[in-house]
Design a protein around this ligand. Structure first.
Ligand code: FES
Length: 165
């Protein structure tokens, strides 16, 4: 003969074991599914930020400079005019990477053009392809947003930081 409560205790243990097993399965498969979808659709952990490139005095009208963003991309910044109301309007920040085969372009202040030496690709001051293979393919230089803190005269170019995982 069984003691009172023994069947109930065995039933409770079975119930708790079943709940723990189902919970473990849900957690395990749930985590696996999460990783699977993360693999299919990678999370982007990037954000935009302003990269300080210099002061207005560092870049006089007609001059340019080259900076590198945190991901190693080269950016050519040219100052083509001066605007007291909107200092950023006088700048152009373009990728130095030619959209044809990736050579570095440079700014020629005399002609006010970006020139790619590899296949003589020519771009205007806005990065629009004028001649050479980039023009034939309709590929312009990538443009970066640029801001100026007018109070301090600081120039920033908007770049992406972080990486996709
Ligand atoms: S790589 Fe620039 S024109 Fe070919």
């Amino acid at each position: 003969m069984e003691k009172d409560g023994a069947p109930h205790a065995a039933g409770r243990r079975g119930f708790i074991t079943t709940v723990a097993m189902v919970g473990g399965l849900i957690a395990g498969y749930g985590h696996g599914l999460y990783r699977f979808f993360e693999y299919l659709v990678p999370l982007k952990r990037t954000r935009k930020t302003g990269l300080f490139v210099g002061t207005l005095n560092d870049i006089p009208v007609g001059r340019s400079l080259t900076v590198h963003d945190p991901q190693g991309h080269t950016i050519a910044i040219a100052r083509t005019s001066e605007s007291a109301e909107n200092p950023a309007a006088g700048f152009k920040a373009l990728s130095s990477r030619c959209p044809h085969l990736g050579c570095n372009v440079h700014w020629e202040s005399g002609s006010q053009q970006f020139v790619c030496p590899c296949h003589n690709g020519i771009f205007d001051k806005n990065g629009v392809a004028l001649s050479g293979p980039p023009a034939a393919e309709g590929k312009n230089l990538r443009e970066y947003a640029l801001t100026v803190d007018a109070k301090r005269g600081w120039v920033f170019v908007e770049v992406t930081v972080g990486s996709e995982i």
